[in-house]
Design a protein around this ligand. Structure first.
Ligand code: SF4
Length: 349
């Protein structure tokens, strides 16, 4: 049985008002207490979204691996690498549309030779195929903004951008960012761009990359930053916890050895679930077994079919480049849930 603080925190979580302190208390749970945290997260998922778990038919296009940044967790960037033309990106999108995809996710390195026109051509071309264009992280938007992020976002939206991945968030605490991604935008700028996007009617996902140099306090603070944004804008579609995959990155080692994966998902449900109803288990990062387990402790979404995903694969994630709709549905069923296909904005397809 847990101590008084733990029991109080579990009560807070049950009442849907888990504090940061309480979340930290739940995060230190071991053994039977840990199972109780996960069990409660499973219950809360059922209360919030029922026994369904969703997936999206999408394609991922990483248009360049050339990047001027120096994130120490990254295995993807190259000094001399490839660059797809807008027409090639659009061609990949069109092909996946013909195969039934509803969404294309587009992200790339911060290539020094690309200007706004390149990004606009991509959004224009892809949206003309009928796909929902889910593209460009806050870091990418920052890097191509010469006249301020708001006008860049407005121009991207009018050229067909439907929503943005809330990536480049890593851990939203500057002391961590200085250590793992010193040349990336700071927390305040990430928040500013995301809020601007939401204000313009561009929803985003929210992500957290964990398992490197951060502590549980950083993780909880990160979720708290997201919670504050969501209370103000309501613009997050989902929360996606992403475990660090070391690969050939400078950081090399996963600090928690994977022990925290399910607890992070459970705490995401308990801490954020009132504001952000959708918690995604990333099969690319967690692997099949990990993702199925995550669906049993708070997650309600499996992400996308992801035809082609180079970033995690280069980092050495065990999974392949794609999973078929029937494979995703089989995973959801093996977690005891009902599969449902969704679009990017969580509407049934
Ligand atoms: S994580 Fe993104 S911004 Fe950082 S080095 Fe890799 S490609 Fe560049």
């Amino acid at each position: 049985m847990g101590n008084v603080l733990f029991e109080r925190a579990l009560g807070e979580a049950d009442d849907g008002c888990l504090s940061e302190e309480g979340a930290l208390s739940l995060a230190s749970a071991e053994g039977e207490d840990r199972r109780r945290v996960m069990g409660l997260a499973d219950e809360k998922r059922n209360e919030s979204v029922g026994r369904e778990a969703s997936w999206v038919f999408n394609r991922n296009v990483n248009f360049t691996d050339v990047c001027v940044k120096d994130c120490s967790f990254c295995s993807f960037r190259r000094k001399e690498g490839y660059l797809l033309s807008p027409a090639e990106v659009v061609g990949l999108g069109r092909e996946s549309r013909e195969r039934g995809a509803t969404e294309v996710t587009v992200q790339g390195g911060i290539h020094p030779g690309l200007d706004f026109g390149y990004y606009r051509e991509i959004t224009e071309g892809l949206s003309a195929t009928g796909l929902h264009v889910h593209a460009f992280s806050p870091q990418e938007v920052h890097s191509i903004s010469t006249k301020g992020a708001v006008s860049t976002l407005r121009a991207l939206k009018s050229s067909g951008l439907g929503s943005m991945p809330g990536t480049a968030a890593e851990i939203l605490a500057d002391e961590v960012r200085r250590e793992i991604c010193p040349s990336k935008i700071e927390t305040a700028r990430w928040v500013e761009i995301v809020k601007s996007a939401h204000g313009l009617g561009i929803p985003t996902s929210a992500t957290m990359m964990y398992g490197h140099v951060e502590s549980w306090s950083h993780r909880v603070r990160h979720m708290s930053v997201l919670q504050e944004i969501q209370r103000e804008t309501g613009g997050f579609t989902e929360f996606v916890p992403l475990p660090f995959v070391p690969g050939r990155s400078e950081l090399r080692r996963r600090t928690d050895g994977g022990r925290d994966d399910l607890l992070v998902v459970a705490l995401a449900r308990l801490f954020l679930g009132e504001e952000v109803r959708n918690v995604q288990a990333s099969w690319v990062k967690l692997g099949r077994e990990g993702a199925v387990a995550a669906l049993r402790c708070g997650a309600n979404d499996l992400g996308g079919t992801l035809i082609e995903e180079k970033i995690s694969r280069r980092a050495g994630a065990m999974e392949g480049q794609s999973r078929s709709p029937s494979e995703l549905e089989e995973m959801i069923e093996s977690a005891g849930l009902e599969p449902s296909q969704r679009d990017t904005l969580y509407r049934a397809v």
